[in-house]
Write a protein that binds this ligand. Structure first.
Ligand code: ZN
Length: 129
């Protein structure tokens, strides 16, 4: 297993980790890359990376759906981040063919931070074949 370390710099942030993932799978001709975020207030998504406004729209809408001023029960004070992380999910997989991540033209892989700034980990495992 490999680990990618990501440092977020804001409370909520989508951080493009596509190049780090591509470096980790270099030399793999064909297989599946599994990515897993071992955190409860962060997640991982694939979405458009060409226009940064898309990432901001996603974060803005999540913020409207999960406001800070709801009467949450969790006393740690970060319930909105837990809820947003549950929307996002902790893991995904990407196919590798001909030595490349099989992402679509506009797709990028993002660590989704909802309770930053923090240092986060992304676990990565490749099954070749
Ligand atoms: Zn909490």
């Amino acid at each position: 297993m490999e680990v990618i370390t990501v440092k977020s710099t804001a409370k909520a942030q989508l951080i493009d980790i596509t190049e780090e993932v591509a470096r980790k799978v270099k030399g793999v001709e064909s297989g599946v890359c599994f990515l897993y975020v071992p955190h409860t207030t962060a997640g991982i998504i694939i979405n458009e990376g060409a226009d940064p406004a898309v990432a901001q729209d996603i974060l803005d809408l999540y913020q409207r759906l999960v406001p800070y001023d709801y009467p949450y029960r969790h006393l740690e004070g970060n319930s909105p981040a837990h809820v947003k992380a549950s929307f996002t999910g902790p893991g995904l997989s990407v196919l590798i063919e001909n030595g490349r991540l099989m992402l679509g033209t506009w797709q990028r892989i993002f660590l989704a931070e909802y309770d930053g700034p923090r240092t986060r980990k992304v676990y990565l495992k490749v099954l070749e074949g």
